[in-house]
Design a binder for this molecule. Sequence first.
Ligand SMILES: *[C@@H]1O[C@H](CO)[C@@H](O)[C@H](O)[C@H]1NC(C)=O
Ligand SMILES: *[C@@H]1O[C@H](CO)[C@@H](O)[C@H](O)[C@H]1NC(C)=O
Length: 390
Amino acid sequence: MFLDQRNLVRLALFFFLVFLFTGLLLLLTMPRCGIIPSIPWQFKYAFPRCSMESCFNFSRCDSSPELLVYSYNSPQPIKPTPTYLHNFPSSLWHTSDPQKACLFFYYSDSQANKEAWIKPELSSILPFWNNGLNHVIITFADKWSDSNPPQHSIGMASILGTLLQTTTYRPEFDISIPLPRLNLGAPPRLTSLEPFERKYFLTFKGRRYFSGQGEFRSSVAFKGMHNGVDVIVVTTCKQGTNDKILRQQPWRGAECNKDQTLFESYDYVELLNSTFGLAPAGRSPASYRMLEVLSAGTIPILIGDNYVRPFNTLIQWQDCLLQFPISEIHRILPTLRALPRGDVEARQKYCRQVFDKFLKDDNTLVNSIIQSLKDRFMGTLSNFATQHTK
Ligand SMILES: *[C@@H]1O[C@H](CO)[C@@H](O)[C@H](O)[C@H]1NC(C)=O
Ligand SMILES: *[C@@H]1O[C@H](CO)[C@@H](O)[C@H](O)[C@H]1NC(C)=O
């Protein structure tokens, strides 16, 4: 049978209608699959979709045997503590010549930005912006909105931060980094102590919250783990936002005095003499506790949702720590008590290796950042190939 012109038109019309119909059907069903529950930390972050192949100029990195980075500014942490990047400008990866740079660092945390609530348009303040090509935005903030430009405006820049979320970060493009240690007090002889030679089984000493995602620290499930014998979980209500809430709703502080007395009766460093140490989410899923616990040879137990564990391309975290969703806190003690001894010992061994190799001090942390950045090239640039031995 020949297709004359009229039949052709009919056929075209038919396919057009089929096309229209499927399109309509897709349109109607799609939003339903894409709905994200409105739990606050299952973030509405929306970064431009990017990967090394689609958002990076490899040619910029050819000219030098080392990865060279130009920085627009110096690290300006919002937190009162200096970050481990403060020495970066004097490292061998730093260049003051933007023409030679493979990467451009912009530290977006600044007290000034936060206080003035300025969300600078990066294209207008960074002279080599080029829609973010080869740029890295560095942030230690709890929330993206604390100090960073609007998410959609970051162009092709990648993120090096403590606040990355598994549902929104761009794997092998963005890099999760840890919060620094606030307490540096773990005595070296503690680190070498085997997991079952320790005074406690599981410990935590820290703040609890009345709001935000760290609110679970005020729950019975969390505080109730405390048994006063080998499990010590002690909390304090003292915190700026809590104080504000207490002025409005004094009833929420009912247990604060009792908690405070218990809190003060335990010494932080002594509590690190424990097989396991809790590193729960607080104002963000990242916890200062994580590195503190690791520094003592204690196995971290993370509690948090949607958290991208730091340097996850370098570290096999599942061989070291355990992690529980906020809804599953009741499982922590039964699970830990049931772990075979050999498993706990192997975990501690790997945790200690991880700490020594990637996390132990400022220089090591900077090295891990550089290694993570180089690993993004997946071997494409032979000048930056790094050695991996487990
Ligand atoms: C990529 O980098 C090379 C070398 O610096 C440069 O010549 C080229 O124009 C860059 N391409 C883009 C899209 O910026
Ligand atoms: C840790 O606890 C064990 C068991 O109670 C004790 O023998 C050891 O001296 C403690 N070590 C440190 C460094 O506190």
